[in-house]
Ligand binder design. Structure first.
Ligand SMILES: C[S@@+](CC[C@H](N)C(=O)[O-])C[C@H]1O[C@@H](n2cnc3c(N)ncnc32)[C@H](O)[C@@H]1O
Length: 238
């Protein structure tokens, strides 16, 4: 897939996105034409005076709920049959590397809905959204930070974004079902701590074997659940 990935982010805090989009890989990807970012200010889509985007919950209770009319207007202003609409919510499926890979490979247009206050009116979730994503079992004040987490993980997997000299994403933690092996750089000795000899041998076969062993040991120590899943997958798909 070589066309630019289009990403729209619907939020009442479009400025929160700027720092993230104007630095490092995201900026480079946009400048290179690999991704097109667009922040949609939800307040500009409000239909009532005072640009209201939230209201009190029916049935009572604390906080405010984001109204459906501005959200539908915002999403429908950019949605096409190719779009995938993602609601950021702590109630969604927990985001994983496999989701980043799927969205990077399969999508040409992502629309992120960022909630605030108590979240969004349930009718938005029911009828406007293709997928609900959580970035973990904790609650943040609004959806911009979670959306940027997902955007970063997806965009770096798009062809050309990391470039040749950057990381090999297939060997990274979670991509192969394992955590990555330990990495070292210069100097060869620092405060008495030496880099493992094997890495200086130039024997790429042996180095690859050592790294695989390290990755398996590290995963077993820290995330035995990943090893169990990998084993289950290989038994189910021999
Ligand atoms: C304060 S939270 C709303 C939480 C909601 N009342 C609940 O209990 O499920 C406000 C917004 O922040 C975003 N958000 C907060 N935590 C999140 C998480 N772990 N993953 C994804 N989005 C999150 C969502 O967009 C959410 O609508």
């Amino acid at each position: 897939m070589s066309t630019a990935l289009k990403i729209d982010v619907v939020t009442i805090f479009p400025q929160m996105l700027n720092g993230f989009l104007q630095e490092s890989m995201m900026k480079r990807a946009a400048v290179a034409g690999l991704v097109e970012f667009n922040a949609i200010n939800l307040r500009g889509c409000a239909t009532e005076k005072h640009n209201t985007t939230d209201d009190r919950p029916f049935g009572g209770g604390p906080g405010m709920v984001m109204k459906p009319e501005p959200m539908f207007a915002a999403v429908e202003s950019v949605r096409t049959p190719e779009s995938r609409v993602v609601l950021m919510t702590p109630q969604g499926n927990t985001f994983k590397q496999s989701d980043a890979r799927r969205l990077a490979d399969e999508c040409s247009h992502l629309i992120f809905i960022c909630g605030h206050y108590e979240g969004v009116d349930e009718r938005i979730r029911e009828t406007l959204v293709d997928e609900e994503i959580s970035i973990g079992d904790y609650v943040l004040t609004n959806g911009v930070l979670p959306a940027t987490v997902v955007i970063d993980a997806v965009v770096r997997l798009r062809p050309g974004v990391l470039g040749g000299g950057e990381t090999a994403t297939e060997e990274e933690s979670f991509s192969s079902g394992l955590l990555e092996y330990p990495q070292y750089t210069r100097p060869p000795e620092f405060r008495g701590m030496k880099v493992p000899e094997i890495l200086f041998t130039g024997d790429h076969g042996k180095i690859a074997e050592w790294r695989k062993e390290q990755a398996v040991n590290r995963t077993a120590e820290r995330r035995s659940d990943l090893l169990e899943n990998a084993q289950e997958n290989s038994e189910n798909n021999p």
